[in-house]
Design a binder for this molecule. Structure first.
Ligand code: SF4
Length: 298
């Protein structure tokens, strides 16, 4: 179950996919979050993922994680920009409360590009400090790099940097997510959204580097016709179909169906593709910028 705690954040990332939600959907109260957690327990769900916005800026975050731990969830995960984990006390206390996994935003291994993308001075140094603070823990760590015009040519070099993180952490994998054309990313589309075909040589090179360095690198938001031979690295192929999403004061009904209907698009040529039933297609909105011409039915 993905529990979206609210949409406030201490970064202002150029590629953030959150848009109107920030003004129209209020943050969950502590009581609402606890109700969601209790409901997840009743449903037999074993994995909680706290997302936002930025979960760590909530004053009640320790209480939320402790509550989840008290109900015995084996996986209690959070998606974070990592900045609050640069405070050792905060980091230790959250791990002690019961957090078992963190997905860190990691837009670039280059400070200048990282901070241009997060629009937060000092955020690069903070996330490096965060990595130091958690390196001896048993946490499952992942990094998420949003692929965009500013960072795609550096992806192989970024992957070499990530290989260093793999050596640092006990449990680690990396993810590259193609930029989703919504929210702030849509507002900044000319500056940010590359043609997928331009990024593919760099992504394939990165996948080969991760293989050589024995760590998992998965790709989200890029259809299989661009990545034949790397089927095992496509996030969408391994996605749970019973994933639940809780947001605002309710549940997003049929999340997986809505995710595909409202969030993805396919070209006319997809009708002829053998993978049409399996493939999620492009992120919706991409075709308005670069068209469907790059898709090659298999
Ligand atoms: S269904 Fe369309 S987007 Fe998916 S692999 Fe086939 S051609 Fe590519």
């Amino acid at each position: 179950m993905d529990i979206r705690l609210g949409f406030e954040c201490n970064n202002a990332c150029l590629f953030c996919a959150v848009g109107l939600e920030r003004e129209t959907i209020s943050s969950k109260t502590t009581g609402q979050v606890k109700e969601d957690i209790t409901e997840a327990k009743k449903l037999g769900i074993d994995q909680l993922d706290f997302t936002g916005g930025e979960p760590t800026i909530r004053k009640d975050i320790f209480e939320i994680i402790s509550y989840a731990k008290s109900l015995g969830f084996p996986i209690i995960q959070m998606q974070s920009n990592g900045r609050m984990f640069s405070y050792k006390n905060f980091s230790d206390r959250l791990i002690k409360s019961g957090l078992t996994a963190i997905g860190f935003l990691f837009p670039s291994h280059k400070k200048q590009i990282y901070e241009l993308l997060t629009q937060a001075k000092g955020s690069y140094g903070q996330v490096l400090k965060a990595f130091e603070n958690i390196k001896d823990s048993d946490l499952h760590i992942s990094t998420i790099t949003v692929v965009n015009k500013y960072n795609f040519e550096d992806l192989p070099e970024t992957t070499r940097f990530l290989a260093g993180l793999n050596n640092k952490f006990k449990n680690y994998f990396a993810e590259f997510n193609f930029i989703m054309p919504s929210g702030d990313a849509w507002k900044n589309k000319e500056r940010l959204i590359p043609k997928i075909t331009k990024t593919i040589p760099y992504i394939k090179k990165s996948l080969n580097i991760s293989k050589k360095n024995n760590f998992e690198l998965n790709i989200e938001g890029i259809p299989l016709c661009f990545l034949q031979g790397f089927e095992d690295n496509i996030v969408e192929f391994g996605m749970a179909s019973d994933w639940q999403m809780r947001m605002g004061n309710g549940i997003v009904e049929d999340f997986n169906k809505r995710r595909l209907e409202k969030g993805r698009s396919k070209g006319p040529q997809c009708e002829e593709c053998n993978l049409n039933n399996k493939c999620n297609g492009l992120y919706k909105g991409y075709e308005l910028i670069h068209g469907f011409g790059e898709l090659k039915p298999i």
